[in-house]
Design a protein around this ligand. Structure first.
Ligand code: IMP
Ligand code: MG
Length: 189
């Protein structure tokens, strides 16, 4: 069926169904690994808003997973140009609960150069959680500047700037239910 795409969008890269499948696969692996434990998911705002919500609900549907799942959020901002983060990551909103002694899983939308997750792993790791892992919906492995371990990956992302499902370009396109490629003329050269 022909779908009308919003202005600025070139094509759909990952459909809503494919995103849901990726979340279910991650949830199954996470459920196995944290079976019988209490888990805190920390979503990284704003990009990981939807993946955190959907992953948490997918996790609740897997039998025999964690005893309970709590949600918290942090927000970061990074300098750099409009479509790539720099090494300068700054925390703009902290979690509401302490994580000392807790099993913590950071949930991120996408890892590109790795600076954001590197910063978050170091910062949250300093707070003595019982364990600290990372789940990322999209891995973009082409421009990694720092090597950061990723424990759960939903999908490998093509080497494109993607928007939708939480991901934005200048705060636009976050609410699209799919992941899409922007028209190149929208991005700065
Ligand atoms: P990193 O610090 O380069 O690993 O990138 C992580 C952050 O950069 C993500 O949380 C996004 O906010 C942003 N980012 C990287 N690639 C994309 C993209 O293709 N679309 C939208 N945001 C992106
Ligand atoms: Mg993000």
């Amino acid at each position: 069926m022909q779908q009308t795409l919003p202005p600025g969008i070139e094509r759909v890269l990952v459909t809503a169904e494919e995103i849901a499948d990726a979340n279910r696969r991650m949830a199954e692996a996470i459920a196995r690994d944290y079976a019988g434990r209490s888990l805190v998911l920390i979503g990284v705002l704003k990009g990981a808003l939807f993946v955190t919500a959907d992953l948490a609900r997918a996790l609740a549907e897997v039998p025999g997973g964690p005893t309970d799942v709590q949600l918290d959020f942090i927000a970061v901002s990074s300098y750099g140009n409009a479509h790539r983060s720099s090494g300068e990551v700054r925390l703009t909103q902290d979690t509401t609960h302490a994580i000392e002694g807790r099993h913590v899983l950071i949930v991120e939308d996408i890892v590109d150069n790795g600076h954001t997750l590197h910063y978050l792993r170091a910062m949250l790791g300093n707070r003595q959680p019982a364990s600290l892992r990372v789940a990322v919906l999209l891995d973009k492995p082409y421009h990694r500047a720092v090597d950061v371990p990723i424990d759960y990956v939903g999908l490998t992302c093509p080497d494109e700037f993607v928007v939708g499902y939480g991901l934005d370009y200048q705060e636009r396109y976050r609410t699209l239910p799919y992941l899409a490629k922007l028209r190149p003329e929208v991005l700065p050269a």
